[in-house]
Design a protein around this ligand. Structure first.
Ligand SMILES: *[C@@H]1O[C@H](CO)[C@@H](O)[C@H](O)[C@H]1NC(C)=O
Ligand SMILES: *[C@@H]1O[C@H](CO)[C@@H](O)[C@H](O)[C@H]1NC(C)=O
Ligand SMILES: *[C@@H]1O[C@H](CO)[C@@H](O)[C@H](O)[C@H]1NC(C)=O
Length: 337
């Protein structure tokens, strides 16, 4: 049993005792009630678990069909990423005794769905999804902006990870903008990703780490473009067509934070997940989904016009959307006015 789950029990009991102290006449009675209520709540904790998020199966359980459906129906144009993520997460969540935490590295052009996929994973493991107290999102430019504070960030991040995993072994950490992360900072979390049974008495093997970056995006685009030029179907692209491109480019790209780290040569990353650049038809799909999400009446004409006005590359062929599905939400507002 965890302290965070017990806190409300103690609070209820304590409040009643305080009330009792203010009303001297009925003190005896109130203390009796307080004791009874505390006893009741302590015994029937499931009632409390229902109201307050706890590190328990009531709040954390993997919904395999949920993730599969979400990936199929809500993520557009990412057949490779979808497959890899589903297999990786399912394998890990079904393994009662994993040898290391799950470490996923999501790569691709902006707006292709990396953030979205990490939200879908969170949603299908934690009942509160991204709102869960066990899901932690770090954005390089927001959380760790200053080079001079590196040492502070390192200590802080290590304490956070250790503290949170101690509270709940099934914690999830998402690091956005990995390419903007200072190399030293990534190095400082390396031990938690490794195969240790315990580190200072804490086991990190149930935790999930997800890294998001644009690194390798250029190479992925090249592969997709090569397929398109050769007249081959996008759906023919397989993980193996992208995997080496991604890991090599990440490793060799001096500007990306990965360069100085041994995440890769120590095989700490379990899966590299490549996100393909999105085409016009995917932007339309995103647009329709966004309309539905906004509760608007679906109108293909509007979405089509919105999608046409976006920028595509290469300039002449206009194959891939420059910003993927990123700006669609605000764009739609403009077109539906
Ligand atoms: C799992 O997800 C599916 C599809 O989203 C949903 O219908 C189902 O209720 C979920 N199951 C649980 C136990 O939450
Ligand atoms: C857990 O992580 C959050 C940052 O997401 C941090 O603010 C908090 O202090 C951490 N908790 C512990 C117990 O370390
Ligand atoms: C879609 O929107 C356009 C422009 O706002 C409007 O002229 C058209 O009637 C709409 N179509 C449908 C099917 O609602």
């Amino acid at each position: 049993m965890r302290l965070t789950c017990l806190a409300p029990v103690l609070c209820v009991g304590w409040n009643l005792i305080m009330v009792a102290a203010l009303e001297p006449i009925s003190t005896g009675l109130a203390v009796g009630i307080a004791a009874a209520v505390t006893g009741f709540l302590a015994r029937y904790q499931n009632v409390l678990y229902y109201f307050q998020e706890c590190c328990r199966p009531e709040w954390i359980s993997y919904n395999k069909t949920g993730l599969q459906e979400d990936l199929q129906k809500k993520l557009f144009g990412q057949h490779v990423a979808s497959q890899v993520v589903f297999k990786a997460v399912t394998g890990f969540m079904n393994n009662e005794n994993p040898k290391k935490p799950l470490v996923l590295s999501l790569h691709g052009w902006t707006g292709t769905g990396k953030n979205f996929v990490s939200q879908l994973i969170a949603k299908n493991i934690y009942h509160k999804g991204m709102e869960s107290g066990f899901v932690h999102l770090f954005t390089a430019t927001a959380h760790f902006p200053h080079t001079r504070d590196l040492e502070t960030y390192k200590t802080q991040l290590q304490q956070w990870i250790k503290g949170n995993v101690t509270n709940c072994p099934r914690s999830m950490f998402i690091f956005d903008e990995m390419d903007k992360m200072q190399p030293g900072l990534i190095d400082s979390i390396k031990p938690y990703l490794d195969f240790y049974e315990r580190l200072d008495g804490v086991s990190y093997r149930q935790a999930i780490f997800i890294f998001l970056s644009n690194a390798g995006g250029q190479n992925i685009v090249q592969v997709a473009l090569d397929f398109w030029t050769a007249g081959r179907q996008r759906e023919e692209i397989q993980l193996k067509d992208l995997e080496t491109a991604v890991s090599l480019s990440v490793f060799n790209n001096q500007e990306s934070g990965f360069w100085h780290t041994s995440l890769i040569d120590k095989n700490l990353v379990d899966f590299f997940v490549p996100f393909l650049p999105l085409e016009f038809k995917h932007v339309v799909q995103c647009g329709m989904a966004e309309m539905a999400a906004k509760g608007l009446e679906l109108n293909a004409t509007v979405v089509d016009r919105m999608a046409r006005d976006l920028n595509y590359f290469p300039k002449d062929e206009r194959v891939f959307s420059v910003k993927g599905c990123k700006v669609i939400s605000s764009r739609l507002d403009f077109y539906t006015d």
